[in-house]
Write a protein that binds this ligand. Structure first.
Ligand code: SF4
Ligand code: SF4
Length: 738
């Protein structure tokens, strides 16, 4: 690049100057890195140091800088130079803090730092300053699908923050299941009695809000577009059609109670006197409205005894029913037992449970139930027999270890929540077509018309790090559609989702990435003249960001893109890159490292570390002075999914002795910030064995690891174990050819 002017800055602070020869680092930057300007500074992050860099940018016309100092994750506010391309060489956490401070280690510690400076200089020269996605989209309205507690809360939170919200609700009124409750479990002190739900008031507030529009008796006929510019076709039950332009979407489509007809062994569907919790709420509301007393459904006679059966069709390991716990049902049964006790303390109420789960302060609610005379019996229900107006619950008393039974007028089954997620787009197309499930979002995306689902049919969300985030940028999940929950949790969830939706529209309006690289101005650029139309990028993009144009070339949709680089890792002809992250920017770092000869006994091990978990874990290992092998050179990558196999083959051809790839956990309980990236990398690397064999290399030379951000001790151990293994295998035979 003709107008590129490079500068390298070597910091001497934080002990770097005492542990390393910064003069040597400066010489490396000058002679090998060929940087136009090289400076050392006593404390580069100080006002003076930062000013020095700014002055060089301003007066010397520096365009590309390399800072050799602390980790790129540290001092980000000080080292914030939006007008230049910047690379950071981590010689603090990654070198002096991860190596022993003694004379014996001095030489290899310096070698490590020299290499990081070489790599930093090489990277800096390959970077461009991202200009931002030119296809900005300015619509900041929110569409909320579902008018239950979660949906109403999301709409209200967005509206109160100044954003317009549109609710689409399939029923004729707002409220959802929450609106059908008589009372709710208390969420505040003193946690003693059931309290008013507040749902009617919430619905009234939503209906009157000037920034909220509500479509009742309506469903989504089609959703097209991307963050900042979704067009949503709405179909009303009346046949009327309308359209809404919105910037982000919150899917808050809630749940259906598990069907008690599927539990005949517990009397489900066999007697009017065996009902689920929703059924009891309906009875309680009718009684409160004076429609009928809270009596036995079969004949309206006063109820003298009620048995609540917990975990009915839940936590089931037979594969027949729900395998999970719905979280709220223990407290719900306590609340419902109180409906009876508060009306007439003489009514016998028994809660039969195997484990009673009343988390947090709701333990007080449980104690309140005990005080009111609710009986809690630890027992495993074997069967519910129905006979006329009476039910007999047979169970094993788990305390007395004996089979016994109770007679009851009414049996209430604590069934679970089944999410309303729409069509499972991960099923084969014919199975989707054959399924009776109705689509909710009707997305026009190549990847399917609803959102991906996690296990148990729950709508996708990154439940560990980013609840509400889904694999469809700008579309968030809130409430029981993403995991079972109670009203209090649903309201909190909806607030989080609304805030995420706000972030999405604000970022889209500025041409920036949404979470987790929030604010990143880079975006994937494809050189279509080199594209072979293999479709790997389109298929592997975890976020459905790539469609195809009429000539079947990949069509990138920048505002749906999360900038993970998975497409870049997938592309066999390497025509996809970002201005600040590319096959070349990483490849040139790999090539910049000084590879000692085969007789040196100094192997070189490349660590490609995911910037979300593995790299922070390595930084923290350094902060805790957890020593690891000085033979590794770490390159942070956006996601293991962005690792292109060319980097591995280039490294091995270049004489590196091994490659470690560290990414997040994958599978159903994934932690990968880009969902599929680390899984894809593992898959791709499973195919690299043939290449290794062709090169005459042992397959152990390339290894992938799943690590978590908390693996501060484990990650150094993995490195040390791997270095020991390389020591056993011996130096790469490729060194002689490199
Ligand atoms: S794979 Fe990642 S970087 Fe590529 S288009 Fe999809 S979201 Fe964007
Ligand atoms: S992976 Fe590369 S070659 Fe294949 S379709 Fe995408 S851009 Fe084209």
């Amino acid at each position: 690049m003709a107008d590129m002017k490079t500068a390298a800055y070597i910091c001497q602070g934080c002990g770097i100057g005492e542990r390393l020869s910064t003069a040597q680092l400066a010489a490396v930057a000058q002679k090998e890195g060929k940087m136009n300007l090289v400076r050392e500074h006593a404390f580069l992050c100080s006002a003076d140091g930062v000013q020095r860099i700014r002055a060089d940018v301003g007066t010397e016309g520096v365009t590309h800088i390399m800072i050799a100092a602390c980790s790129r994750r540290a001092k980000t506010e000080a080292f914030n130079f939006p007008d230049v391309a910047m690379a950071r060489a981590n010689i603090r956490e990654g070198v002096i803090w991860s190596q022993p401070d003694n004379d014996e280690a001095r030489e290899i510690t310096q070698e490590m730092a020299d290499d990081y400076v070489r790599m930093g200089c090489a990277e800096a020269k390959k970077l461009k300053l991202p200009a931002g996605n030119p296809n900005v989209a300015q619509n900041k309205r929110m569409l909320i699908v579902g008018g239950g507690v979660s949906g109403m809360t999301a709409a209200l939170e967005a509206a109160e923050a100044g954003y317009e919200a549109v609710i689409v609700e399939k029923r004729g009124e707002l409220g959802g299941w929450g609106g059908k409750l008589f009372k709710r479990v208390p969420a505040h002190m003193p946690y003693a009695d059931p309290v008013a739900t507040g749902v009617a008031e919430l619905a009234a507030k939503v209906s009157k809000h000037p920034r909220i529009k509500v479509h009742l008796n309506s469903t989504i006929a089609q959703t097209a577009g991307a963050p900042g510019r979704f067009t949503v076709q709405i179909a009303a039950e009346s046949g009327a059609a309308s359209a809404e332009e919105v910037g982000a979407i919150v899917q808050a489509t809630g749940f259906e109670p598990y069907d008690i007809q599927k539990l005949p062994e517990l009397g489900g569907g066999k007697s009017a006197n065996v009902i689920d919790q929703a059924g009891l709420e309906a009875l309680a509301r009718e009684a409160a409205a004076g429609a009928r007393p809270l009596g036995r459904p079969s004949d309206g006679a006063p109820v003298e005894s009620v048995v609540f059966i917990q975990c009915a069709g839940q936590r089931d390991d037979s594969g027949k029913h729900l395998p999970y716990c719905s979280g709220h049902c223990c407290n719900t049964s306590i609340k419902q037992a109180m409906y009876f006790k508060d009306a007439n303390p003489a009514i016998d109420t028994v809660i039969l449970y195997t484990d009673l789960r009343t988390p947090g302060m709701t333990e007080d609610f449980y104690r309140s139930g005990q005080k009111k005379g609710v009986t809690f019996t630890k027992g495993k229900v074997e069967a519910v027999e129905t006979n006329g107006n009476r039910c007999t619950v047979q169970f094993k008393d788990l305390i007395l270890n004996e089979d016994t039974s109770i007679e009851a007028d009414l049996v209430v089954l604590a069934t679970g929540q089944v999410p309303n997620s729409g069509v499972n787009i991960e099923l084969p197309e014919e199975e989707q077509a054959a399924s009776k499930t109705v689509s909710i979002l009707n997305l026009t995306y190549r990847q399917g018309k609803d959102m991906p689902q996690l296990k148990h049919g729950l709508t996708d969300s990154h439940f560990i790090c980013f609840p509400y985030e889904t694999r469809r940028t700008g579309i968030y999940a809130a409430g029981p559609v993403r995991r079972p929950m109670d009203i209090a949790q649903a309201m909190e969830d909806a607030t989080g989702a609304a805030l995420k939706a706000i972030q999405a529209v604000e970022n889209a309006a500025l041409g920036r990435a949404a979470h987790p690289r929030s604010g990143d101005l880079s975006y994937p650029m494809v050189r279509l003249d080199g594209c072979t139309q293999c479709k790997r990028c389109t298929v592997e993009c975890p976020f459905g960001a790539i469609d195809e144009d009429e000539k079947r070339y990949p069509l990138f949709n920048e505002s749906r893109c999360r900038r993970c680089g998975t497409c870049m890792g997938a592309c066999p002809v390497r025509v996809i890159s970002f201005e600040n992250y590319s096959p070349d920017s990483v490849g040139s770092q790999i090539k910049a490292v000084d590879i000692p000869d085969e007789f040196s006994e100094k192997p070189r091990i490349l660590v490609l570390a995911c910037e979300n978990d593995a790299y922070p874990a390595l930084d923290m290992a350094g902060m805790q002075r957890n020593v690891y092998s000085a033979f590794v050179r770490v390159i942070p990558v956006r996601c293991l999914g962005s690792v292109n196999t060319i980097w591995i083959t280039d490294a091995l051809n270049g004489g590196w002795d091994g490659v470690m790839m560290m990414g997040c956990k994958h599978g159903d309980n994934y932690q990968c910030h880009f969902v599929k990236g680390s899984e894809l990398a593992t898959y791709r690397m499973s195919k690299i064995d043939d290449t290794l064999k062709q090169l005459g290399l042992e397959t152990e030379r390339v290894a992938t690891y799943e690590v978590a951000i908390t693996d501060i001790r484990r990650v150094p151990q993995l490195i040390n174990d791997y270095a020991a293994k390389i020591n056993e295998i011996g130096m790469s035979p490729m060194k002689g050819f490199a």
